[in-house]
Design a protein around this ligand. Structure first.
Ligand code: NAD
Ligand code: ZN
Ligand code: ZN
Length: 344
């Protein structure tokens, strides 16, 4: 079969590989759609040895069941499913509580992270990773598994703070951010302020439900402050889907006293947190900072329900498998809007 693999650190290419056979408890999935996540670029850029090579990338997968391994019940050929990408150890404290996104195994197991992913015609996954998607388009189901699930989980962490009449700032309206805006619009009555450096991303934010858009630049904090008022007032929740120094500075510059910072983007920036009494604080008193990771299987089921109800729709640009390297080149160049989805 055809697969797009990281054959060496930083090298992505299409190769021919044997079609895998499902082991005991596993399912062979015919990949219908796989999202191109910005994290795949971080994987390609990671130091040698952090991720195995060769590795078929792609951790945002939806498809149809092709064959089942020994002992698999409840799934049969033709069933349509989304893949929950994390494969927790199953025995640590996080996994035992159903929070595999808090698995204490390093590195955490995952489809397209520790074993071959979905940028291929077929992928094998443990049957327990599959969730039914009904008649949802597979190009819609795939982005739900990460671009949808990750901001959903982050927003769930901040759920108590998202009261009607409060304000949430979403920074970075790409694959994750444009889903974050919709999740907020569908599940809360908060005022949504979207921030991005790209004009097309801001247009997308407006189309999917943002109430205000602010271009990222030197005066971003001032522009947001005009909307949320001066400190110690401010944004009740900030979801940073970029995570570079500039966006983290915006996040802490606009968050209210007692607010919440959700650092979703893995851009490598630093947020200074210095508890101090007699200076302008680095973050206001009572602020909480969370670093969410992906989400739980139960949350993915809820995200799929939002998708099936028509409340969460990825803005999708599709590419055939042989154009996957081009899709990632465009993603790196900031030329993908919404989510690039590869259809093998
Ligand atoms: P993306 O490339 O689709 O979107 C990024 C968006 O941020 C783009 O719209 C871009 O214009 C905007 N942007 C870039 N720099 C900016 C800046 N300085 N100011 C304002 N906007 C800026 O990426 P994505 O797939 O949505 O992923 C976003 C980040 O989230 C990545 O770092 C990714 O690795 C990370 N991620 C984290 C998790 C997690 O579990 N924490 C899961 C998935 C992805
Ligand atoms: Zn991802
Ligand atoms: Zn675990």
């Amino acid at each position: 079969m055809r697969a797009v693999r990281m054959t060496a650190p930083g090298v992505l290419e299409q190769v021919e590989v044997p079609t895998p056979t499902p082991g005991p408890g596993e399912v062979l999935v015919r990949v219908g759609a796989v999202g191109a996540c910005h994290s795949d670029l971080h994987i390609l850029d990671a130091a040698p040895g952090v991720f195995p090579t060769p590795l078929t990338l792609g951790h945002e997968i939806a498809g149809t069941v092709d064959a089942v391994g020994d002992g698999v019940t409840g799934w049969s050929g033709g069933d349509r499913a989304a893949v929950y990408g994390i494969i927790g150890c199953g025995t640590c404290r996080g996994c035992l509580h159903g929070r595999e996104n808090q698995c204490r195994t390093v590195p955490v197991g995952g489809v397209g992270l520790s074993r071959d992913g979905g940028l291929a015609e077929y992928v094998t996954v443990p049957a327990s990773r599959l969730l039914p998607v009904g008649d949802l388009e597979l190009t819609q189901a795939a982005p739900l598994t990460d671009a949808g699930l990750t901001p959903y989980h982050a927003i769930e962490l901040a759920r108590p703070a998202l009261r009607p009449g409060t304000t949430c700032v979403v920074i970075g309206i790409g694959g994750l951010g444009h889903m974050a805006v919709q999740i907020l619009a569908a599940t809360t009555a908060v005022r949504i302020i979207a921030v991005d450096s790209d004009v097309a991303a801001l247009d997308l934010a407006t189309r999917v439900g943002a109430h205000h858009v602010v271009p990222a630049g030197p005066d971003t904090v001032d522009r947001i402050r005009e909307l949320v008022g001066p400190a110690p007032d401010g944004a009740d929740v900030v979801v940073d889907c970029v995570g570079v120094d500039a966006t983290l500075a915006t996040a802490r510059g606009v968050v209210a006293t007692g607010g919440r910072l959700l650092l979703v983007g893995l851009g490598g920036g630093t947020l200074p947190v210095r508890p101090v009494a007699d200076e302008p604080p680095t973050v206001p008193f009572e602020t909480s900072v969370e670093v969410p990771f992906w989400g739980t299987r139960a949350e993915l089921q809820e995200v799929i329900a939002l998708g099936r109800a028509g409340l969460l729709t990825a803005d999708v640009q599709t590419f055939p498998l042989e154009h996957a390297p081009e899709a990632y080149r465009l993603l790196r160049a900031g030329e993908i809007h919404g989510r690039a989805v590869i259809v093998p």
